[in-house]
Ligand binder design. Structure first.
Ligand SMILES: Cc1cc2nc3c(=O)[nH]c(=O)nc-3n(C[C@H](O)[C@H](O)[C@H](O)COP(=O)(O)OP(=O)(O)OC[C@H]3O[C@@H](n4cnc5c(N)ncnc54)[C@H](O)[C@@H]3O)c2cc1C
Length: 427
């Protein structure tokens, strides 16, 4: 009899965790991702701010799963499904469309930016969700400095003003890293340019930064960023954006040629494309066992899934890597149990191991279980250690560690490259 076929959509934290949990199960697994690499999203901001190279935060999926005998990888985009017929539709880059039958389908397609329909953000904003976003932002930032050196009048027009929207961990990390890049590195690179006039403006609609953290961590983030020259605008919202202007809701117009959008998350639209019921921010509705209600054998995990926190208030679990990893492992174990006749667990329980955010060189906040709170250098060292351990691939860990050590000792940022892949030349 043919072994059950498990199709996992997405080789992010969640999809890889499911795949690994099925290592010994009597199933055949096909892992599908539109990219041939896994992206370590928590360090994307360092690629965007020239701290790390692209290859440091991405790892070939085939290299990760090569030793798993029951797994095949397919680079393709899932574009839809016939859930009754138990088939997903794939699109390959060469425009070929193919069908892939499944017995179990695990949707682990992650999240994307939510611009809330604010005029101009889709067109002019820079989100930070994948490697292409990070490289695009890095190119754009460095190009503003090159352009300003060539035409100094651009400085008055806002070429060196960078607005970061969203005071959550990503916004705080980007703002801290940008100000360091400008005042420690680009100031040396561009001695004829008044780099001291470069501004980083962090706009947050709430009255504090780092909303999920406690008040002392929030204060530490605010004080550190302010000390380092970031202009923090609390209680402010972006009303509209043009290529060279950002207008706030109180009517203030900032001359700025860059808007980094770190303010909103929504689920990958794949849930809707598959015809699955979605809830808040497009997240796929799942039961306590992470199966889609009324669709046995269809599961959703990680950022794309609306996983209840288990509290009375109907809150959902946050879109964080540990949620994706734990939910991925859980679904892998559920499928393994189903295929070996063992009783599956009835509900997923998330174990919160705490949260961290960096605020730039030698500064971070960390809130860990048992009420352990760290700020400043100890939190930063804990953050470095955790991210090194979580990175896929030994080579990446060595490379990231070497880069961090070099950056810390010399204030240098090696990968400050403007790199665009142009059209292929004929002949
Ligand atoms: C800038 C940034 C910083 C972050 N920092 C932190 C942090 O410090 N700590 C933390 O815990 N979390 C952080 N997160 C959140 C964390 O990265 C996510 O929660 C986690 O990646 C979710 O894992 P996932 O498997 O659900 O999705 P992802 O890791 O996003 O993986 C989804 C995969 O699906 C693939 N895919 C999508 N659509 C399709 C399709 N139609 N067909 C085929 N493949 C598809 C994508 O290519 C991707 O590989 C950060 C996120 C971002 C964007």
């Amino acid at each position: 009899m043919a072994r059950p076929h498990v199709v996992i959509v997405g080789a992010g934290f969640g999809g890889l965790a499911t795949a690994k949990a099925l290592h010994r199960a009597p199933v055949d697994v096909t892992l599908v991702d539109r990219h041939n690499f896994h992206t370590f999203q928590p360090l994307l901001y360092q690629v965007a701010t020239s701290g790390l190279a692209s290859a440091d935060v991405a790892y070939p999926v085939r290299g990760i799963v090569a030793r798993q005998a029951n797994l095949a990888f397919r680079q393709a985009t899932v574009i839809g499904a016939d859930l009754e017929g138990r088939i997903v539709h794939l699109h390959h880059d060469d425009h070929d469309v193919a069908d892939l039958p499944f017995d179990h389908l695990v949707v682990a397609a992650g999240a994307t930016a939510n611009t809330f329909g604010i005029p101009g953000v889709d067109r002019h904003g820079f989100p930070l969700y994948n490697l292409a976003d990070a490289v695009r932002l890095r190119n754009h930032v460095l190009e503003r400095f090159e352009a300003a050196e060539a035409r100094p009048a651009l400085v008055d027009d806002g070429a060196l003003t960078f607005v970061v929207v969203g005071g959550g961990p990503t916004g705080v990390e980007v703002a801290g890293a940008l100000t360091e890049l400008f005042h420690r590195v680009l100031r040396r690179d561009l001695p004829r340019l008044p780099v001291e006039r470069a501004r980083v403006v962090l706009v947050e609609m709430q009255d504090q930064l780092l909303a999920p953290f406690r008040a002392p961590s929030q204060r530490h983030a605010l004080e550190t960023l302010t000390e380092r020259g970031v202009e923090v605008r609390l209680g402010a919202q972006v009303a509209r954006v043009r290529a060279d202007r950002v207008v706030l809701d109180d009517g203030e117009e900032l001359a700025a040629h860059t808007l980094v959008w770190a303010a909103g998350v929504q689920a990958n639209p794949l849930g809707r494309a598959l015809g699955l019921a979605t809830g808040r921010a497009g997240r796929i509705v799942v039961g306590a066992d992470l199966q889609v209600p009324g669709r046995p054998g269809v599961w959703a995990i990680g950022d794309v899934a609306a996983i209840a926190s288990g509290g009375r208030d109907g809150e959902l679990l946050p879109q964080l890597a540990p949620v994706a990893i734990q939910s991925g492992r859980f679904v892998g174990a559920q499928i393994a149990a189903a295929t070996t006749g063992r009783a599956p667990a009835t509900s997923f329980r998330y174990r919160d191991k705490g949260t961290m955010a960096t605020i730039g060189r030698s500064r971070a906040v960390a809130e860990l279980p048992l009420g352990i709170r760290l700020w400043g250098l100890p939190a930063w060292l804990a953050w470095l250690g955790l991210h090194l351990v979580m990175l896929a691939g030994f080579r990446n860990r060595i490379s990231v560690f070497a880069n961090w050590a070099w950056n810390w000792l010399t204030y240098d940022r090696g990968p400050r490259l403007i790199f665009r892949s142009g059209p292929r030349r004929a002949g």
